[in-house]
Design a binder for this molecule. Sequence first.
Ligand code: AMP
Ligand code: MG
Length: 489
Amino acid sequence: MRTLEQLKFDNTYARLPEVFHERVNPTPFPNPHLVSFNPAVAVLIDLHHDEANRDEFSDYFSGARLLPGSDPIAMLYSGHQFGHYVSQLGDGRAILLGEVKNKAGETWDLHLKGAGLTRFSRDGDGRAVLRSTIREYLCSEAMHGLGIPTTRSLCITSGNETVYRESSESGAMLVRLAPSHVRFGSFEAFFYRRQHNDLKILADYVIQYHFPLANNAENPYAQLLHDVATLTGQMIAQWQAVGWSHGVMNTDNMSILGLTLDYGPYGFMEQFNPEFICNHSDHHGRYSFQNQPDIGYWNIRAIAHALSPLLEQTHVEAAPEIYEQVFTKRYRELMNAKFGLVEQHAQDGLLRQGFLNLMHESRADYTNAFRSLNNFRQDSQDHNPTIRDQFIDRDVFDDWAAKYRERLEAERSEDEKRKILMDKTNPKYILRNHLAQYAIERAEDHHDYSEIDRLLNLLSDPCADQLSMESYARPAHSDSVPIIVSCSS
Ligand code: AMP
Ligand code: MG
């Protein structure tokens, strides 16, 4: 395990031509301090967990000191925001400190979000607020706990700096890790500027460092696109299965590695509603829960179009179809697993839809309804009351349960064995908005960060029973004020 000063940097992106980035150092906060540290992510870069106890730790991760060997840059990208092309976005408030190479030979971007102004800041202040930083920190780790590909979070720092949004708030910085922060929009920037040589440099770079096997293909760029479509389809299938909405699926927020990236107004669905919109600014519901798979298709078309100078037309047209096939197959598998079904049968889609309809009509809690299904007994004399009681129309539930029983019998499913599998599949704990909100309030109002750590710990193992944490599995009180989240954080 290494000290901060011993981290090994290999800044491959910073070595790309100047048009790819701006060299810029973070702008520090006065009096930085550590808000939360995640040892599970420190391991990824071989960083010793005791390093978090040093004063220098918050200096390095709030811009007050530069890590030896780092080469900070802001990355250029553009992207489609809510369907409209915006020609220059880029890291307006995040700075890539550098790429750390661990002993296993993997490289991890150290990205400092909220690090101050860059050439790409436009009208923004380059800062992030404590509230949004805590939300990203907790959710990225919750997603990882659920087995969903995502950027990771190492720590949060804060300091004596007030940031102005709708009201004044504490500023903070988040250290985010990913093997790469290249986005669909990174390619779009060069395509729409007609800098096709730079487009090729970027594609070659991504293949070399992240998709080396694509070099074996007849057309490596076509293989790259194929792999991106596949990873994206798998990721979005996982979002749908767990009932999670990203909220801002603009192409600048789509990772080339199929990682869940840029946590803004995201939300885990509580009462099941396919039209769920988590982003308060999304007035037309473009990024509603049920639209996410189609938006994934739209976004794959956008990246295929951006790569078109390197491809044949057939490759461009094939990519969204590949995405769709992968999504559909993965979604079916994941949903069947949620019902404890091992085999795939022709009528499974109807069975699934029946349960979703029941949940929708009864406004049942998506996570808890599935979790309760783990205890379904085929020989139940009294109609599986703990499941049944979640639904308003008990007769409709009984009809559905009869079909479910038939389907379980068809694959000779055994209740005990199935429960063991389902207990590992259907989570008990998700990051409910009110849980995150409580951790935020403790941090903002009392400088008490213990709730952040408690949630981090809980959500790292979301399927375990953790009996002392039972209350964290409950939905928000129905009379509590809804928490409004939008892009402006
Ligand atoms: P996001 O909505 O966080 O994905 O950001 C979209 C674009 O706006 C990116 O180019 C960000 O870097 C930029 N941006 C968001 N917030 C700020 C801010 N406070 N200061 C500067 N740029 C920002
Ligand atoms: Mg973004």
